[in-house]
Design a protein around this ligand. Structure first.
Ligand SMILES: *[C@@H]1O[C@H](CO)[C@@H](O)[C@H](O)[C@H]1NC(C)=O
Ligand SMILES: *[C@@H]1O[C@H](CO)[C@@H](O)[C@H](O)[C@H]1NC(C)=O
Length: 511
């Protein structure tokens, strides 16, 4: 009997209609999730994906992509303001208007509007966590919703699904520390939490609620109402790197190098360069958002001097043509197939901005790292990696980049074998899982489709008022009882004392 039930449940989930919304116009946010859409489509689901980087693979006949690549024009200028992106107390001012503009672009998009006008239906809507306003499509298509992120969860992401948040134990992603906080860091983290709860979050909810009203009418549900209905949240983190924290059954950590793909042959000139460099190669790339060309002139010169002093070759992903005094041992390229480069046996170290996907690639290919974190979650990622002793960090926004610091860090991580040993064992731990990260996401997505939501996983912490959560009523009650008891004891004591002294003084008079 159970077999029939089970099989009919399975039948229900083949050929489901899935709507995915991954608006963030950032290459790493997009490609990190590609394997998930590919696998869902190849399992026979009809997937419609709204994305800034379409996969464009004609073989994926069950995947329809709505291209919102234009949103890069909204997003990229933000990186000119690196100072604000580096400051957790200022980042909201830069990122909120950008997020809103991207959302409005999507709500205005004709292909997206056509989806809602046609009698298209969906069985599940999957939304990137940074854009909770997109959960409105769950209302439109009257189906369960799931949140998905290519990184960890911000305060709201955890709180909205019932996971405990604590500013000292689990400092927010954007803060540049992670464990063993100093007193000053603990104060900053608590202040940040308060600023988040009383300023950033209300600001963001207000702006996004207004957008929902503008596009979907005065009666549109609020973000808070939409978040309340989310069935599950999938986060691209692995506790062995990200650290352990309490999560409920409605949160799935699927991290573990989901985006690592099969090897592809290197372009000819890169292959020749890497093959020929028997002394070893340092690969230098600051990722897709931080452009090497944004470096200050003196930092650029310090880097050039440090690299030209190394007894290794260097492959530098650099986006500009005019490079003065190119050192002999450095090869500049505008773009690299990063995973295939890191896979090459002659790569000895990776200088990276410490974006999560780059870190995972370094770990997967056992390449020790030197981190130059610039903004957003990069400094905290660097702290986590340092704690695992898989690399060294230089903080360009705080200390700048000097020749000696960079040269010595690169030499250290290459010459001290413990870095490669640690990164190898971290990779082994992160990959030793009952199923791959992609399979976890697929399994839980189909689970939510089968059961038409996952309300049964809802943590009732979400329904408890704050005064009950902090036990304020119990505390008040206990203090009252204690006070009454103390007063009673005091009154009794006074009464006995008066009585005794009355008797004593009567005795004295008698005598
Ligand atoms: C597309 O989905 C159908 C079932 O809906 C399946 O039979 C087919 O193999 C899928 N095509 C691809 C290319 O994955
Ligand atoms: C919506 O319907 C129109 C007209 O029937 C069609 O051309 C279009 O492809 C449909 N769009 C979607 C996303 O299904």
């Amino acid at each position: 009997m159970w077999l029939i039930t089970f099989l009919s449940l399975l039948a229900l989930t083949s050929g489901a209609r899935i709507l995915g919304l991954v608006p963030t116009p950032s290459y790493s946010h997009q490609t990190a999730l590609w394997p998930i859409w590919k696998k869902l489509a190849s399992r026979g689901h009809k997937v419609t994906l709204i994305t800034a980087n379409p996969i464009n693979d004609p073989k994926l006949s069950n995947l329809t992509e709505i291209n919102i690549r234009e949103t890069y024009k909204i997003w990229t200028p933000m990186y000119k303001n690196m100072k604000a992106l580096h400051d957790p107390f200022k980042i909201n001012d830069v990122i909120l208007p950008t997020l809103l503009a991207v959302s409005e672009y999507i709500f205005d998009n004709e292909e997206v509007k056509a989806l809602t006008r046609n009698d298209t239906t969906f069985d599940i809507v999957i939304v990137e966590t940074m854009f909770p306003e997109m959960l409105i499509f769950g209302e439109i298509f009257k189906c369960p919703t799931v949140c998905l992120s290519s990184m960890g969860g911000a305060i709201r992401v955890h709180e909205s699904i019932g996971n405990s948040v604590h500013p000292v134990v689990y400092p927010e992603l954007m803060l540049p520390y992670y464990k063993d906080l100093t007193f000053k860091e603990r104060i900053t983290s608590v202040l940040y939490y308060l600023a988040y709860k009383f300023r950033f979050e209300p600001q963001s909810l207000n702006v996004k609620n207004n957008a929902l009203k503008k596009y979907f009418g005065e009666n549109a549900p609020s973000i808070t109402q939409l978040l309340d209905k989310v069935s599950m949240t999938f986060l691209d983190v692995h506790p062995a790197l990200d650290g352990a924290r309490p999560i409920g059954p409605n949160t799935v950590n699927f991290g573990g190098m989901v985006h690592i793909r099969d090897p592809q042959p290197l372009p000819k000139d890169l292959k020749e360069f890497l093959d020929a460099s028997k002394e070893g190669v340092v690969y230098f790339s600051l990722g897709s958002n931080v452009k090497s060309a944004n470096l200050k002139q003196e930092e650029f010169e310090a880097i050039i001097q440090a690299l030209s002093d190394l007894p290794y070759k260097v492959l530098w992903k650099y986006e500009s043509d005019d490079i003065p005094n190119k050192p002999k041992n450095v090869k500049f390229v505008k773009w690299t197939p990063q995973q295939d480069v890191l896979r090459h046996p002659n790569i000895r170290a990776f200088v990276t901005q410490a974006g999560l996907q780059s870190l995972e690639e370094a770990i997967y290919f056992h390449v020790p790292i030197v981190m130059l974190p610039f903004c957003a979650d990069q400094e905290q990622n660097a702290k986590k990696a340092e704690l695992r002793k898989i690399g060294k960090t230089i903080y360009p926004m705080k200390d700048g980049i000097t020749k000696d610091a960079l040269k010595n860090s690169i030499k250290d991580v290459i010459e001290d074998p413990s870095y490669r040993k640690n990164i190898k064992s971290l990779a082994e731990i992160m990959l030793d899982e009952p199923m791959s990260g992609v399979d976890k996401v697929i399994w839980w997505t189909e689970y939510v489709i089968r059961h038409k939501g996952a309300r049964h996983f809802r943590n009732h912490i979400l329904d408890i008022p704050l005064y009950q959560y902090f036990m304020l009523d119990i505390l008040a009650f206990s203090i009252s009882v204690l006070t009454i008891l103390l007063v009673l004891v005091w009154i009794t004591y006074r009464m006995i004392r008066n009585r005794v002294s009355a008797i004593v003084s009567a005795r004295i008079k008698e005598e």
